[in-house]
Write a protein that binds this ligand. Sequence first.
Ligand SMILES: NC(=O)c1ccc[n+]([C@@H]2O[C@H](COP(=O)([O-])OP(=O)(O)OC[C@H]3O[C@@H](n4cnc5c(N)ncnc54)[C@H](O)[C@@H]3O)[C@@H](O)[C@H]2O)c1
Length: 333
Amino acid sequence: MVKITLIPGDGIGPEITKVVKTIFQELKLPIEWEECLAGQTALEKLNDPLPKETIDSLSRTKLGLKGPLATPSIEGFKSINLTLRQHFNLYANLRPTKSFQGIKTRYDNIDLVVVRENTEELYSGIERFVGRNRESAETISVVTKKGSERIIRFAFEYALQNKRKKITLVHKANILKCTSGLFLAAGRNIAKEYPKVKFDEKIIDNMCMQLVMNPQQFDVIVSTNLFGDILSDLTAGLIGGLGIAPSANIGESTSIFEAVHGSAPDIAGKNVANPTALLLSGAMLLDHLNHPVESEKIRKAVAEVIREGKYLTRDLGGKASTTEYQNAILKKL
Ligand SMILES: NC(=O)c1ccc[n+]([C@@H]2O[C@H](COP(=O)([O-])OP(=O)(O)OC[C@H]3O[C@@H](n4cnc5c(N)ncnc54)[C@H](O)[C@@H]3O)[C@@H](O)[C@H]2O)c1
């Protein structure tokens, strides 16, 4: 049995993690969940948004499946997602985006992956107000050569392993000469080690326009933390939204799998959330554990249910509840 830390999380988190548990159970996977709290729920129940038991469990299992955690936009509340990524050094955030037949979008056949640096740059956590009356504020963007090389090399290795042909490095080195400049220089150097993968570079503003106008030209996209965060919501939007966008936070020893979306407080507790993003994150976890047959079964079942269109959740234009959608997937399995 492999032990995995399961963090149901906040908002729609408990509803969607329940679906993943049910589907994994149906597949009879040799997995034992260690259920732990984090986020707003942990704060309310245990007076601590990131209890020691949760950190201890992740340190032990080295694998986590995490529901979304709410981060109030108030001073003094440090994002628990950020804390987990920094604590476990989850430096690579992998966000694949693939079109589904049956979801009406502007483009078909999108198949790209955003590889986002996950621990540095403007998410360094170093920020402060300046002046007596807080007239200004500053955030320090920290980009290191080591961190840049590590994520860029990860992207190239990922491309080779997954038979992908091209890497686009996204930056703003024309303005941010030091931070973005360092990242771009690291990319140009590392690209020379991988002659089989085509290397391309784009400035972030142009990249946004290109993604909206002609997204099929992209394959693997690598960028620093903030640009990667924003770009991956954009790419999720290209295939039908956040309800179907999975992700993995990969570190050297620990990895945590989670949906790209947040806790969706507007629909929490209504049994209408789309569990696909977390379920596909679970499939990424199964790939990581070397269970390719089961992960493929999940992807196939999801693709079939979506293509048939009878049991789509509201975010995809349907009327099905979370449970009805789950049952349709179970039937396919
Ligand atoms: N990884 C994470 O834990 C994570 C990521 C992003 C945001 N957040 C947090 O989540 C909270 C809410 O953030 P937000 O509203 O900006 O973003 P959100 O992703 O929670 O929601 C954005 C919109 O998408 C919809 N949506 C999201 N997931 C859906 C799903 N699975 N099925 C159907 N519809 C879905 C929501 O209903 C909402 O209309 C904030 O506290 C934020 O900090 C957490």
